[in-house]
Design a protein around this ligand. Structure first.
Ligand code: GAL
Length: 812
């Protein structure tokens, strides 16, 4: 009753003020268009009078290096990678992707603020700038930031030229030997101008937590930092349908912070299966004048990490079925794109993934929004280096001066995302060795705790023995182990937390659709074609195959989950071919660089996706020249047993069993001899009934192209993407798994060709050119909308092949 009465009064207040308060509140302008870009240094690049009309016209987010060309000489690193156990330096080509990201770049944009006056405050927000951004307004340097992955902002009010035009210039510097992977280059995330009143809610000033949750009620705590005097804050909580479910008004301020505690009845809890989001609308009043209004999405969910019990979400124990992701989006580089991120998450969702780790840096805000909406838990990481270097020009140069402010910005900008359930202050930092390391771990963890008392902190540790000895591991809220499956038991006993996280696991290497014989487990295995086998038995000297992690995940209740290295291939780090040109992107991905699933996808899916069944057979069955030779067949399936047939002849029934990790999680027929034709697997349920089957046929010659789009309707916003998978089939419609035809792409109508990718880590074909070879019979074409609604046609042609076309519509 009491709640209803308060609600009624408050609704009255809001109604009155929105009628009388005519003052505008805040405007957020995303600076996307009309940027000018220059690759290289310019003496007077920030000057207002500079004529930049000859500079390249670009839109932001922008990655200046992704168009290549690939070049072996770029960022050659003559190093011994100590973390990988190397003792002698070797010449690493392609470690950072062999794309031209080194050097200086300038960006310029003109903007004006027509309603600017002395009551206004202007904030300039960067959601990431690669790297070492120096920011100038009207020729004057107003600030800089070192870490390319940080979000940061400046109050630029004193520099605004009234209502006339202002010149924003940003200088970026990327140094050689500054990264272990492709970091991208440029204004690769959004730049926003926020124009608000002097009396307003501070940037990242809202912090929402849910300290008490029962099925009847959740206590929502909202802290709001503001500027100004004599203010009243009204917070209105809306459910997912937009209906107001609670409202509170307060004038009691503690310093510059309001604190409200609001009850939400019968709360809908957020989880990966039910990603329910509430919105808190904050309105700030001076008297009855509305001064500011912001909206913050949040979730109501309970997280707990308990010794020996594990991690629980909303009181149910669950394990992280997670993947690590680098931030590049393959053929479009690091320029953030929501459609590309959404596609990645859609693929991962189908695999049964429930968590993402942003390795080894701050995630994009778009990725967090999508994880909130689509239901993924998130481990948000900050650094790959602390004070001790991994690469000569890495983050260690800034650690002492910048680590605190970088963490503060990470936490303040992202802490309302329900998806984030843990922070990571570092990955395999060499500071694990030596007595200073544990102190640094504590210092960083304390900053996280100060900024957000609700989530624990981990570090991905690879020097497990050192961290047991030094106390480093004991300091952490959650001890995270990178690889080292053989040390889990010892670490569990040595560390006082009573649980272990597989912060980074597997690092199995494979190339989509490539199979090598004989089929044997191997470490750091190299082949003449610089590919790795998709039988999924090859890993690095420090790493292992997925099955070994599965054993720990299944058998040890105190192991709280894993984050597999990696969900998708990424640019750079072409292990095991770090010294072999033209390898220029990773082999670690469960999906390739084009986002196409490798076989391993189905191995994880067979365990992780508990809603749908998996039945997947490998290899392909086109082995001309291998007739009569042993060609093992593996099946990744959620069923426990199956029978294999080669041209109708039974090869016997296989059952999962505990004789080895691979026998526990895969069905394997090791002695099959190749003969062209048909292989068929028939899966049985636990009663022995045949319930599903899969067939693979030997294909004839490539005959016809086939297109399949992930979306055939796009938003006409100039950003949305359709990912069209192109494959080739023979006369009978059978996919040709080894085809390498050179194809051409033509986009007509209200859209543009954005890029293509075939997932071949050794390809030097440029992503943005409308031609590419198939790799293992497939590639992906990215078609982008323009801002005009209409129809797009993609036509794909190849010599001697039947052409294919697809129509995509776009709407406003
Ligand atoms: C880990 C490291 C990752 C990546 C991976 C490759 O040691 O944290 O960034 O290098 O190895 O296996």
């Amino acid at each position: 009753m009491k709640y209803k009465l308060i609600t009624a009064i408050l609704f009255g207040l809001i109604f009155t003020t929105s009628t009388f308060g005519q003052q505008s509140t805040r405007e957020v302008l995303t600076l996307e268009k009309n940027w000018r870009f220059h690759n290289g240094d310019v003496a007077n690049g920030s000057s207002k009078s500079l004529n930049d009309s000859k500079w390249e016209k670009v839109t932001v987010p922008h990655d200046w290096a992704i168009k290549g060309p690939f070049d072996k000489e770029i960022d050659i690193q003559n190093v011994a990678i100590v973390q990988n156990g190397e003792e002698v330096a070797t010449k690493k080509t392609g470690r950072t992707g062999a794309l031209p990201y080194i050097g200086i770049g300038w960006y310029r944009n003109e903007f004006s603020i027509p309603n600017f006056n002395s009551d206004k405050k202007v904030i300039l927000l960067f959601e990431g700038a690669m790297s070492e951004p120096e920011v100038f307004i009207n020729g004057k340097k107003i600030g800089s930031w070192n870490y390319g992955y940080s979000y940061f902002y400046f109050d630029i009010t004193p520099h605004i030229l009234g209502t006339s035009e202002n010149t924003l210039a940003v200088k970026l510097t990327n140094r050689e030997l500054s990264s272990r992977w492709y970091p991208g280059a440029g204004l690769y995330r959004n730049v926003r101008l926020i124009v608000k009143n002097n009396e307003s809610i501070n940037q990242w000033g809202t912090f929402i937590t849910t300290p008490l949750i029962t099925s009847e009620l959740a206590k929502v705590n909202i802290k709001t930092k503001v500027s100004g005097e004599q203010l009243t804050l009204v917070s209105r909580i809306k459910d997912a349908s937009g209906k107001t479910v609670a409202i509170d008004s307060t004038a009691a301020i503690y310093g510059n912070e309001f604190e409200q505690n609001i009850a939400v009845n019968n709360p809908n809890l957020w989880s990966p299966e039910t990603p329910y989001l509430y919105t808190s609308v904050s309105r700030l009043y001076a008297g009855n004048i509305l001064k500011d209004e912001t909206s913050t999405k949040f979730g109501i969910r309970k997280i707990k990490y308990e010794a020996n019990k594990g991690f629980s979400l909303n009181d149910s124990i669950i394990k992280f079925k997670g993947v690590c992701l680098h931030h590049d989006l393959g053929p479009i580089g690091t320029a953030v794109n929501k459609a590309a991120l959404r596609r990645q998450l859609t693929i991962l969702k189908d695999m049964g993934t429930n968590a993402i780790r942003s390795s080894h840096n701050m995630p994009s805000l778009e990725q967090l929004e999508l994880c909130d909406e689509m239901g993924f838990m998130f481990l948000a990481e900050s650094f790959d280096e602390w004070a001790k270097p991994k690469v000569e020009n890495g983050y260690h140069r800034y650690f002492e001066t910048d680590a605190e402010k970088d963490i503060v910005n990470l936490v303040q900008a992202t802490r309302n995302h329900p998806s984030i359930v843990m922070w990571s202050s570092g990955n395999e930092v060499p500071d694990q060795w030596g007595s200073e390391g544990a102190k640094r771990a504590k210092w960083l963890q304390d900053i996280f705790h100060r900024e957000d008392p609700t989530r624990p902190v981990t570090v991905g540790m690879d020097q497990v023995e050192a961290t047991m000895a030094s106390g480093f591991g004991a300091v952490l809220d959650i001890p995270g182990l990178n690889y080292r499956v053989h040390l889990y038991d010892e670490a569990y006993k040595a560390f006082p937390q009573g649980l272990i996280l597989g912060s980074e696991t597997a690092s199995t290497v494979s190339s989509r659709g490539i199979y090598k014989f004989p089929v044997v487990a191997a470490k750091m295995k190299e082949y003449d074609d610089f590919q790795s086998s998709s039988y999924d038995l090859e890993a690095c000297s420090w790493s292992n195959i997925p099955d070994e992690d599965f054993v720990l995940q299944d058998d040890k209740p105190w192991v709280i989950g894993e984050f597999v290295w990696t969900g998708f291939d990424y640019l750079g780090e072409p292990t095991p071919y770090d010294t072999k040109w033209p390898s220029r992107s990773s082999y670690f991905g469960i999906n390739d660089l084009a986002g196409l699933p490798k076989d391993r996808y189905y191995l994880y899916r067979s365990r992780w996706n508990i809603k749908e069944k998996t039945l997947h057979m490998l290899p392909h069955w086109n082995w001309e020249g291998r007739e009569g030779e042993v060609t093992p067949v593996f099946v990744y399936t959620s069923y426990n047993s199956a029978e294999l047939f080669v041209n109708g002849k039974s090869m016997g029934i296989q059952k999962k069993n505990n004789s080895s990790p691979t026998n526990r999680y895969r069905l394997m027929w090791m002695d099959v001899k190749y003969e062209p034709g048909t292989i068929k697997v028939v899966a049985f349920d636990d009663e022995g009934k045949a319930v599903a089957e899969q067939v693979t046929n030997t294909a004839g010659k490539p005959y016809k192209l086939v297109l399949e789009a992930d979306k055939t309707q796009l938003d006409a916003d100039g950003k949305d993407l359709s990912f069209v998978t192109v494959s080739v089939v023979d006369k009978n419609g059978i996919p040709c798994p080894t085809a390498t035809n050179q194809l051409q792409f033509n986009v007509k109508g209200d859209g543009v060709f954005r890029a293509a990718c075939n997932g071949d880590a050794t390809s030097l074909e440029m992503f943005h050119l409308p031609t590419m070879k198939l790799f293992s019979g497939k590639l992906v074409v990215l078609v982008q909308s323009v801002s005009k609604a209409g129809e797009i046609e993609l036509k794909v042609t190849g010599k001697g092949l039947q052409t294919a076309k697809i129509k995509i519509t776009t709407k406003n």
